[in-house]
Structure formats: C-alpha cells, structure tokens
Design a binder for this molecule. Structure first.
Ligand code: SAJ
Length: 406
C-alpha cells in the first residue's frame, strides 16, 4: 500500500495513475472538504484525462482519507512556498507531513518527497526530523526525492511519457522506487543522489524562467523602436540552435515564478542572472499597465472602468490563479481599483477579485478596451464577439489589424 500525502495538483493525479495501474493506494489530505468531494465521486479540479483516470482508480479501490496510514511507502506531494522576505523555501508543509508519517510508518519505510524543494532541503530539514524520532536514515527510514515534471494542461500525458529523476541514498532504494513509478511511466527513469535530484528540478524551472525573461526583455526593446518581437522570435527560432520562448504579461503559477527564488535565497551573491530574470518577468504586469495607459491616451478614454482584463488564471485552459499575471497587475494598480477595472475568466467559477464578471457578454457590454491576459481556448473560439473592441493582445492570438501588442 502506498500512502500519497497531499491530494492537490500533483498528489491527486499521481495517486490516480498509480491506482489505475493496479497499485494499492490511499490518498491523504488534511482538507476534509476535499477528501469528502473525492469520496463522493467527484474530482477537485479540471484536467484533461483526470476524470477517466479517477473512474479507473475507483474501480481498483483507491481510498481517500484525512488520516495517515501505517505502511512502508509514502509519497509526499504537499506545497512548498517560499518565504517572500528571505526568498528561502518554506518547508513547513513537508516537515509536518514527515513528522506525521514518522508517527505511524513501518520499520524500514521509504518516504518519497515529490514536492519541489530547494537543494539541501532534505539534509537541512528532513533528516534531522528522523534523528529527532530516534531513528536512523538508511536503516529505519529511507529518504528519496522524486520531483514531478508534469505541466498543468497536459498532466496525464506527461505522467506517462516524461522521463523522471529519482534521488536516493542508495542504488537499491532508488531501484525500489523506480519500480513503483515504472507501473505507469513509460519514459526513462534516472537514479541519482538526492542533492542532484533537488538541484536538477529547480534548474529546469529556472531555465524556463530565464528564457521567458529573455523574450520579455526583447519585447520591451522591440516596443521602443516599433519592431515586431513575435516575427523576430519566429525567425530567430528557425536557427537550429535557437529556441526562444514567448513573451507574455508576466510569469505566474506555483512553479516557474517560485522555484528560481530558492536559488536566489540560498546563493544571493551568485545568482545575478537568475535574479535579473525574476525581476524582468515580475515587471511585465507593470508593462501591460503602461500599454493600457498608451491605448487610453490615444483614444481619449479617461475611465479605467471601460477597461476589461480577460483571464485570471496563471495560463491558458487551467483553473489555477496562483501568482497569476492578472492578480499581479491588479496588485500593481491597487490605487486605481476603486475605479473598477473589469475582469472575466471563463475558467474561474468563483469570485476572486472585485469587479469580476461571470458572463462574457455582460463583461464585453461594459468595456471599450479588452486586454487579453490569458489565451484560453474559449476566447480563441469567440474572436467574432470581440472584434469591435480596442484590444490589447498580450498573448499574440489576435490577428485583427487593430489589436495592440505588448
Ligand atoms: N509563459 C510565458 N511564455 C512562454 C511559456 C510560459 O510567458 O513561452 C508563462 C505562462 O503563461 C505562465 C508561466 O510562464 O504564466 C508558467 O507556465 P509554464 O507553462 O511555463 O509552466 P508551469 O508552471 O505550468 O509548469 C512548469 C513546467 N516546467 C518546465 O517546463 C521546465 C512543468 O514541467 C513543471 O512540472 C512545473 O513547472 C512544476 O510543477 O514545477
């Protein structure tokens, strides 16, 4: 029996894919409402293929509870935020999960940490917990780090086809964990040490952040002299060794905008490039605000409540609003909020901000300037509805002559 701790965006799909592939699984989460929802036969977020997996996992007897189970394998997938002041990882969720496991686990149990952690977290924060229990790592308890790599929007496919890294203290424990992941993962599974696995995961997300920052910096350069950044990136990317990502209104989500800070927090004197990239990406919502002002000036629009932001999530076709560029932008313009900039997102069913509309047409009726912050399929399929508006298209999805770009 594997006990998965944390049934969020990573823990739930992992529990389901294991169970769907015949592994005996109990999922544990401290959120009673979430556990009740799963036990009532419903999933807790939308993701392509998740519901199908849920049905299969239920047929195979997957269990959900708020309790920790006595067993010999645990997979921990709890949040790892960073402390905004120190820029260092906040490992409290991991620490509390491991403490609860140590109270109930069998002798010789394996604890796999899937949550993204900064390099050294296991040595600094997790091993001491085991010693404090009077136990010995490598004998009474085995620690493993197996960071996830799946991308929201394509999670189920990537669970099966992305290669994985397993960091373990010994090859034999690494092999045992590899066997578990092999039950559903068809790609290569590499065994390495824990520190390398920790660092590799953070490096992957930092690489993406830096690449996006480069695209965003190019956007600002191109704006100054009216060059077309999208065309320039498109042509540059035809070079066999160039692969620049796309500019946008900012970098959100709980991964790319968080993980590079772990390195900045731990190596402040050595992370000039990484810090610069973070600052560039964090400056993009302000750049969008500047572009909104340009358009308002040009069209003599004085009232910010005539502006509507389309998209509240951190990227297209997901429901997750964490650290989203739109929320960052609204924070940036807090003093103007009283004037009521409008917001709409078809993926967000609850009220998250002021002046949020739940109906697209009502939203459009109230605004003159539409700012596309997120390129949901919904708007791509409803281009005819927005044609009469002044459009600031931060995602380059709109081909109308009149649309403004970043
Ligand atoms: N974005 C751009 N331009 C781009 C690509 C993305 O501005 O060309 C923005 C998005 O709009 C979004 C943010 O970046 O606001 C992050 O989105 P994303 O799609 O790049 O990444 P995430 O956060 O959804 O998932 C990432 C992935 N990491 C890498 O691709 C290296 C995923 O594989 C990881 O599993 C995930 O982080 C994680 O959990 O760490």
């Amino acid at each position: 029996m594997i006990n998965i701790i944390g049934l969020g965006y990573i823990g739930l799909p992992t529990a389901l894919i294991l169970a769907a592939n015949g592994v005996s699984v109990t999922g544990t989460d401290y959120d009673r409402e979430l556990v009740d929802t799963l036990n009532s036969g419903m999933t807790t977020f939308e993701e392509d293929g998740l519901d199908k997996l849920f049905i299969k996992a239920n047929e195979n007897g997957v269990l959900f509870t708020t309790e920790y189970i006595s067993t010999d394998i645990y997979i921990v997938a709890v949040p790892t935020p960073y402390d905004k002041a120190s820029k260092k990882i906040d490992a409290n969720y991991v620490i509390s999960a491991v403490n609860r496991i140590l109270e109930v686990c069998f002798d010789g149990a394996i604890i796999v940490i899937e949550s993204t952690i900064s390099p050294g977290t296991i040595d600094k924060h997790v091993r001491p917990l085991i010693q404090a229990f009077g136990l010995e790592t490598g004998k009474d308890i085995h620690l493993v780090h197996a960071p996830e790599r799946i991308i929201p929007g394509n999670m189920i496919h990537e669970l099966k086809f992305n290669s994985r890294t397993i960091g373990a203290d010994t090859k034999s424990i690494g092999e045992r964990v590899k066997q578990i992941y092999s039950s559903f993962c068809d790609a290569e599974i590499i065994i390495t040490d824990i520190r390398t696995a920790e660092m590799t995961k953070v490096v992957e997300n930092t690489f993406r952040d830096i690449n996006i920052a480069f695209a965003n910096e190019l956007t600002k350069i191109c704006r100054t002299d009216k060059m077309d950044v999208y065309e320039i990136i498109r042509i540059a990317n035809m070079h066999p060794r160039v692969n620049i990502l796309q500019p946008g209104p900012g970098v959100g989500g709980h991964c790319i905008s968080v993980d590079p800070w772990f390195l900045v927090g731990d190596y402040p004197d050595l992370t000039n490039l990484i810090l610069a990239a973070r600052k560039i990406n964090d400056s993009m919502p302000k750049h969008v605000l500047g572009r909104i002002r340009d358009i308002m000036r040009e069209h003599n629009i004085k009232d910010i409540s005539k502006v509507g932001l389309y998209g509240l999530t951190y990227k297209e076709d997901v429901e997750d609003t964490r650290e989203s560029p739109t929320l960052q932008l609204l924070e940036n313009m807090a003093e103007h909020l009283a004037y009521g900039i409008k917001v709409f997102d078809p993926m967000v069913k609850s009220r998250v901000v002021d002046h949020q509309f739940m109906n697209f047409e009502d939203f459009l009726n109230e605004i003159e300037v539409l700012v596309i912050m997120v390129s949901h399929t919904h708007i791509k399929e409803n281009m005819d509805l927005i044609e009469g508006k002044l459009i600031l298209d931060t995602k380059n999805i709109c081909s109308f002559n009149k649309s403004y770009k970043l």
